[in-house]
Design a protein. Sequence first.
Length: 221
Amino acid sequence: MASPGTPSPRVPEATIARLPVYLRALHELAEAGSGTVRSAALATAVGVGSATLRKDLSHLGSYGTRGVGYDVEHLVAQVSRELGVSQRCSVVLVGIGNLGRALAGYDGFAARGLAVAALLDSDPTLVGQQVGGLVVRHVDELPAVLSGSDINIGVIATPAGAAQQVCDQLVAAGVTSVLNFAPVLLTVPDHVDLREVDLSVELLVLSFHEHRKASRAQASA
């Protein structure tokens, strides 16, 4: 098992994507006073199969106890360690439109060890405004904002047309992880981790399922 603060080796990307969901469910169990949880119950809570959950947790060195299950507090600590929750990460947010403002004011980041440390935009009417306790600075100040800071995650909430240029600026300034909310596919160097969230795509997926449900209902009528 890896030492505290050291990521376990060779954790699959699919497992990493599920760890935050496990952590959320485990926090809810802990708040409800649960000391242990069986794999089947935890798997049901997060919407995966028991075998998948057990395999995911085995990558963290956690196998539970036969007939008892997993110790909730211990598992919270393991998953938190893997996700780096105990080591606070600073975030720069570029694009202070409606979505950007919502992200800047989201309290859940701090609870997960993430701190929005800087806000930037290119709109001169926004620069100088205070949002979420931070003053919005011009995007051209990005190198100065990041210089000497511990910011290593950039969040892009700009219009699609500006997203790639902003991404390039973030990478050039030293950001090594990017979360993109703009509805466009970005390209980054191999050393940069990129996650993309296109809300319109997610809604279209839901629209697909709604269409399927309506079609089945019509066919069975």
